[in-house]
Design a binder for this molecule. Sequence first.
Ligand SMILES: NC(=O)c1ccc[n+]([C@@H]2O[C@H](COP(=O)([O-])OP(=O)(O)OC[C@H]3O[C@@H](n4cnc5c(N)ncnc54)[C@H](O)[C@@H]3O)[C@@H](O)[C@H]2O)c1
Length: 277
Amino acid sequence: MIDWNLRGRTLFVTGGGSGIGRAIATEAARGGMTVAVVDALAERATEVAEELKASGANAQAFTLDVRDAAACERTVAAAEAALGPIDAMVACAGISPPAPAHSMSDEVWTRCLDVNLSGMFRSVQPVGRRMVSRGRGAIVTIASVDGLGGHAGRAHYSASKHGVIGLTRALAIEWGRHGVRVNAVAPGVVDTPLVRANLPADHLQHAMIDRVPMGRLAQAPEQAGPTLFLLSDAASYVNGAVLAVDGGTSAGYFTRWNGADLGSRALLEAGAYSAPE
Ligand SMILES: NC(=O)c1ccc[n+]([C@@H]2O[C@H](COP(=O)([O-])OP(=O)(O)OC[C@H]3O[C@@H](n4cnc5c(N)ncnc54)[C@H](O)[C@@H]3O)[C@@H](O)[C@H]2O)c1
């Protein structure tokens, strides 16, 4: 059996106070990792860190807005001073405010790119610099299926997530020879506070879930396993990869009704597509 070798290693996870980041922090702690829970909202980071500590893990909360480069440097230094060298990082902080492109304000566009793309670079850079100097480390960026294709009402978000994938690949090439692997996880639609807050129930069902071949949303912990795999020694030769964790959403284009792509329901039910004898 392959040993993932994560026990005892230190993880720095941005956006760790909610949703996917929280699930990754929780699974990492359960697997014996020391966790720096990093979030712009202090109370969220603290709540998660306290929960992890109560379960017996070594964890500490850090408040950080990833848009602030100087604060990123300070927070990474503080986390290493408190918890030891960072072995693994998950860059998960992100926002996804819906806005139609034709009327999107410059402020909404800029904020989304600033958090999701520039903030990701600003938070990854001080961690990556330290990993490169030590000659080891693994980073996972949380992209999205919206980084693999477009999405109406999400021009800014989709542009930011395509950027995240480009950034991930460039860093993988630049840092790979220094023993630092950088990979992306591209989640499909995950049942988190961000999704519930931003999507009307009807859109969720008929524009999204209907198109997922597996016929359901992901639960946040389902993003944790693939992420921890990419951080682990089991993925020691995986670098620059984009792992879609989307129930098959990005596997094709003409998808509807949970993978029943053979035509309309009526035609299907009439047997129009049954194989010839
Ligand atoms: N939920 C989904 O369906 C889905 C799908 C694909 C990708 N993603 C991506 O996964 C990541 C997490 O999403 P989620 O659904 O768990 O969202 P969430 O809102 O539940 O959690 C995001 C966390 O990031 C924090 N955050 C926001 N701006 C920040 C900043 N400037 N600095 C530091 N922290 C900040 C928030 O406080 C929050 O705790 C995001 O990057 C998102 O784009 C989510």
